[in-house]
Design a protein around this ligand. Structure first.
Ligand SMILES: [Zn+2]
Length: 261
């Protein structure tokens, strides 16, 4: 009798173990990709009802092009990545479940080369690869409820709560360990797509300078991420391991776009 019960449970674990990082790293993920994408689309609706997407196709296309380059070398290919610039001075970027990535114009204005932009976009791709928002939802709601929602046909009340929780996780950040993990993956993907890996650390140096005198727009980023100094040392460790410091930064390409912000 017991054996009968064991089969579906084992099946769930076999199906649920998916690649969530470089080197074939695996995690137990029970929310199917289609459900994650559906969840993501709901979060996107919320984002785009409160934030304005930047109305400049040249800037949008440029950011999409850089984003596609890093997404192409990442460890997760079962979602379509999209990259959009939001028309706000906020200094931040975030990833919604299912591959929908946003960066604020305010953060782009702080950058001075394409490698820094690639670093931010690949950090966000890293969150998607590692399924950070999905892991958080599994932790909050437990596997059984998550499975119910995953197997259910309609977006019920629980599903609605999960959308809200997913949006909350994105706004509050994923916690230190997840941020370091996304930084590590981001630096690796930046290298694999041909960008100087120091782009990420250059940005953290800027953030560190801003920490002393934070304008309002920077406070959210400070709240949601580990201190810049710690991210610099973590980033440098990853760079020492994988190299990529002789790759280009693409400064003039970025300057031309920055002038349009
Ligand atoms: Zn992050």
């Amino acid at each position: 009798m017991k054996r009968i019960l064991l089969v579906p449970i084992l099946l769930i674990f076999v199906i649920g173990c998916v690649t969530t990082g470089p080197g074939g790293k695996k995690s137990l993920i029970l929310i199917p990709t289609e459900t994650e994408v559906e969840l993501g689309k709901e979060v996107v609706k919320e984002v785009e009802s409160t934030e304005k997407v930047l109305n400049n196709s040249e800037v949008q296309n440029y950011v999409s092009k850089v984003g596609r380059k890093v997404a192409k070398v990442c460890d997760r290919k079962d979602v379509t990545y999209s990259f959009k610039v939001l028309d706000s001075e906020e200094i931040n970027a975030f990833a919604c479940p299912g591959g929908f990535i946003y960066i604020y114009k305010g953060l782009m204005k702080k950058m001075d080369n394409e490698a820094q932009l690639a670093a931010v976009l690949s950090h966000e791709v890293g969150h998607i690869v590692a399924r950070h928002s999905i892991k958080r939802l599994q932790a909050i709601y437990g596997y059984s409820i998550v499975m119910e929602v995953a197997l259910g046909e309609k977006m019920g009340q629980t599903a609605r709560q999960m959308v809200d929780a997913a949006a909350g996780v994105i706004l509050l950040g994923y916690g230190r360990d997840n941020e370091y993990e996304a930084d590590d993956y981001g630096i690796l993907y930046a290298k694999k797509s041909g960008y100087n890996t120091k782009g990420m650390v250059q940005l953290f140096e800027k953030f560190k300078q801003m920490e002393g005198k934070p304008p309002n727009t920077f406070e959210k980023l400070l709240m949601s991420h580990p201190p810049a100094g710690d991210r610099i040392s973590n980033g440098n460790k990853q760079i020492q391991k994988i190299g990529g410091t002789a790759l280009p930064y693409y400064e003039s390409e970025y300057a031309a776009i920055k002038a349009k912000l």
